[in-house]
Design a protein around this ligand. Structure first.
Ligand code: ASP
Ligand code: MG
Length: 403
């Protein structure tokens, strides 16, 4: 059997944790399996490197940032190989250049294009545990790129896919995927199974447990994932195409504070204006989430939308530079907002789910700012300081803490 195991930053944060992971990998190896290990940078290394960069030059180029950030993963894989070797088992560490993991050219947020298997296969066949850097890839200029924060999950899924692995296990510091963030919602419960689509919605709307692109890729290539703890032997959560009906309407709730509401005021109420605004943003690689358009009056209207915090400056610059062409009279924004989402395949065939969510928020005196939905998700924008209360209220309303 070929097994891909990915360990996050907290799982390799110090010497004891590294030894712990080394032992788990050796256990798998001693069962006669081929073991490929993907690692994140130790603990908060990536954040610390970003701080260092900011101190030196707050406008550092994305290329140099990637050059810096990729060192974090290189440290953990080398130390892990040393730890495993020290326990008497052959192991080798490899980075993106050595494996040949190619990505698109976009620094800071690249996507895999091609991942070679020759080197890994060769090392596995010579009896080694193979330890690969997560989060990094190489672009057509032979430069390092990174896959976006949390991207090591995607490295693991990509390797599991090209190597046709029998198992892909994502080890983290919690027992699996929960109905809500257990630090915020006290009676949040671990899910035994969740579908790719539900997981994708949760991961894209604030659940930090898996990188959303890793779920997208797992779905596309049919790689079943297991999310489990590196600190115990509990079973974890299986992410796959169809989950057993847990007889639940809603699978989980997620909150996201990293969001800003932007409003463009007084634009012409005529065909093509919305197209121009969002096309201009898209061309500048700004991702827009919830959109709300007001009813026109006196030939003008307003449009509000949300973007990630990090895209605010870019959004304001782009809108400002195109003010006349886009017929904008004024741009306003609000940063102290948050999104909460409920997700569940069960809501597709059950009317009234949205009403129940809104009622729960109303009963808690929480005002809804904007709403967006997909077939299996409802998202509302609320005040940031009400997010935790809102998550608890909705979690309670759908009784997600109950078995
Ligand atoms: N070390 C990177 C980060 O902190 C990638 C990862 O952990 O998945 O975002
Ligand atoms: Mg992660």
């Amino acid at each position: 059997m070929l097994v891909v195991k990915k360990f996050g930053g907290t799982s390799v944060a110090n010497k004891e944790r590294i030894y712990n992971v080394a032992k788990r990998c050796i256990e798998e190896y001693k069962k006669g399996n081929q073991v490929v290990v993907v690692l994140s940078a130790m603990g908060d290394t990536t954040d610390e490197l970003l701080e260092k960069a900011f101190e030196i030059n707050p406008r550092a180029s994305k290329r140099e940032l990637d050059m810096l950030l990729t060192t974090g993963e290189q440290v953990s894989v080398a130390l892990m190989a040393m730890a495993i070797n020290g326990m008497g088992v052959p192991a080798v560490s490899l980075n993106a250049f050595q494996v040949m993991m190619y990505s698109t050219s976009a620094y800071g947020n690249s996507r895999f294009k091609r991942v070679d298997t020759d080197r890994i296969r060769h090392e596995l066949e010579s009896g080694k545990i193979v330890i690969v850097t997560g989060f990094q890839a190489v672009n057509k200029y032979d430069d390092y790129t990174t896959l976006g924060r949390g991207g090591s999950d995607t490295t693991a899924v990509a390797l599991a896919s090209v190597l046709h692995a029998d198992k892909c296990e994502i080890y983290t510091d919690v027992d699996g995927v929960y109905t809500a963030d257990p630090r915020v919602v006290k009676n949040a419960r671990k899910l035994n199974e969740v579908t790719y689509d539900e997981m994708l919605e949760l991961a894209s709307h604030g659940a930090k447990v898996l990188h959303n692109r890793s779920v997208e890729m797992a779905k596309k290539y049919g790689v079943p994932l297991v999310v489990r703890s590196s600190l115990n032997d509990h079973e974890g959560t299986i992410v796959k195409e169809v989950a057993k009906m847990e007889k639940m309407l809603i699978t989980g709730v997620a909150g996201e504070k990293d969001v800003v509401r932007v409003s463009v005021i007084g634009i012409d109420d005529k065909p093509g204006i919305a197209f121009k605004i969002f096309n201009t943003l898209a061309k500048n690689k700004i991702n827009v989430d919830i959109i709300l358009q007001s009813i026109g009056r006196d030939g003008t209207k307003d449009i509000s939308f949300t973007v990630a915090q990090g895209d605010l400056t870019g959004t304001l610059e782009v809108l400002g530079a195109n003010k006349e062409a886009l017929t904008i009279q004024e741009v306003k924004y609000k940063t102290d907002v948050a999104k909460i989402s409920i997700v569940g395949a069960g809501m597709m065939s059950n009317p009234g789910v949205a009403a129940r969510m809104f009622e729960a928020l109303y009963n808690s005196g929480i005002n809804i700012n904007m709403i967006s939905t997909s077939e299996i998700r409802i998202t509302v924008l609320i005040a940031e300081n009400e997010m935790d209360r809102a998550l608890n209220a909705v979690h309670e309303e759908f009784r997600l803490g109950m078995e």
